[in-house]
Design a protein around this ligand. Structure first.
Ligand code: ADP
Length: 410
């Protein structure tokens, strides 16, 4: 309820109370004592009633015949308000503010003549004061509550603003980071690309030297040449893999997709690593399906992935075999590259596809590698709508599964 509404409500109540009082007085006799009792009863019935005074007109004003305020008893008032109220039919209401009190006390004052019920003649004047203290306190409480609510809302709005500002700053920071990240990617891409040309020249000269095309070298120098060559090969691989990472990350790797039979790729890959397998006395075999389905892939990219996985299988297997087999499952062709090598524990298996992750233990310490091959392999297969899965047991062996959807015959 608004302050104004409350005031109106109270004003109406004051008039109503005055009317009730009016009736009880007009019905009573003119006995001052009865009237005094009557008004005290009325005041006690409501704590908001501040004062009731009953006056009767005399020649020089209005004489107090009963009052809840003892100090008024016996006094005569000549107030213009009383004269005006006496001459009107309807009650006069006025709002008074007693500033002598702290806090100031506001009250509604109702002045109305009381008529004798039988004769209809005006007999008394009722001065009825109803205090606004309780309602003002309620209003103040309301104001206090509103103020607290306002402070809380302001605080919340401020908090939101601060957050919004912080998010805004994060957005700017994110954009900058994104730009810096892109600059880094561009730098890596350009730098590795530029290094490819001098690397090709170095490789050319080393190969000429090793083939004896530029003179003969003693055994010691030949040994050094072999070491230089193997390090240059590693550097070249690192460069190629770095370029692939940046192409994949920037979505610049091209895919020439076509229907293909994966066993053709496996055959090429086996031929390429056969010598390596023989030198380690590993059995390298392929177990084809009776009917090999076609898959929709980029043959060169898939060859890159198969080479990597077959190479790893041989690299990380000291004895036993590397077997390549196939399975058709849920619309996918699985190419399973299984070895009887060093395997890995479950923790290593989790991190296997992270960039630059290499399992470090006494069995892998002498095996060279970049730790980028598997990340690249899985990204490439995912770009061709497939995935790479791993099963591995430490000291038993590993299974790397290339899973790709096969083309269904109509
Ligand atoms: P790397 O160039 O080091 O071989 P990869 O990304 O191809 O990099 O492989 C990451 C790591 O995963 C390897 O360093 C090796 O520790 C482990 N790994 C990969 N293939 C095998 C495997 N067939 N058997 C055991 N460990 C493997």
């Amino acid at each position: 309820m608004s302050n104004e509404n409350m005031n109106n409500e109270l004003q109406n109540k004051a008039i109503l109370a005055e009317t009730v009082l009016n009736n009880s007085i007009s019905n009573s006799t003119a006995d001052k004592q009865i009237i005094q009792t009557e008004i005290l009863k009325t005041q006690n019935s409501n704590q908001d009633i501040k004062e009731i005074t009953i006056l009767s007109p005399v020649t020089n004003g209005f004489n107090v015949i009963a009052s809840t305020n003892q100090q008024n008893l016996g006094l005569t008032f000549t107030s213009r308000e009383y004269i005006k109220a006496w001459s009107t039919e309807n009650p006069i209401t006025t709002l008074t503010n007693d500033t002598t009190k702290n806090p100031a006390e506001r009250s509604w004052s109702v002045l109305a003549p009381v008529k004798n019920e039988i004769t209809g003649q005006k007999t008394f004047l009722v001065d009825f004061k109803i205090s606004l203290t309780s309602i003002d306190a309620a209003t103040q409480k309301n104001q206090k509550t509103s103020l607290i609510a306002l402070v809380i809302i302001t605080f919340l709005v401020l908090l939101l603003l601060v957050n919004f500002f912080r998010f805004f700053q994060y957005a700017i920071l994110y954009k900058k980071l994104d730009e810096v990240d892109k600059m880094k990617d561009d730098f890596i891409s350009i730098a590795s690309h530029e290094m490819k040309t001098p690397m090709a020249a170095i490789k050319g000269y080393i190969s000429m030297m090793m083939e004896g095309l530029v003179g003969n070298f003693d055994e010691k120098t030949k040994e050094h040449l072999i070491k230089i060559n193997s390090n240059v090969e590693r550097l070249d691989l690192l460069l190629s893999e770095t370029l692939d990472v940046s192409r994949l990350e920037q979505g610049r790797m091209q895919f020439d997709m076509q229907p293909y039979n994966i066993s053709q790729i496996i055959a090429q890959s086996i031929t390429a690593v056969q010598d390596q397998a023989d030198s380690k006395k590993l059995r390298l075999t392929e177990q084809k399906l009776d009917q090999m389905p076609q898959i929709f892939i980029d043959p060169d990219r898939l060859r890159q992935v198969v080479d990597n996985l077959v190479n790893n299988a041989i690299k990380y297997t000291q004895k036993g075999s590397v077997t390549i087999s196939y399975k058709m499952i849920n619309g996918n062709l699985q190419t399973i590259i299984k070895d009887t090598g060093i395997g890995m524990n479950s923790q290593d298996k989790k991190n296997l596809f992270n960039k630059f992750y290499r399992i470090k233990n006494e069995k892998t310490v002498d095996i060279p590698g970049t730790g980028l091959g598997l990340w690249i392999a899985r990204e490439i297969i995912r770009k061709m709508n497939g995935d790479i899965l791993v099963n591995s047991t430490e000291n038993v062996g590993s299974e790397f599964i290339i899973q790709l959807p096969y083309i269904k015959e109509k």
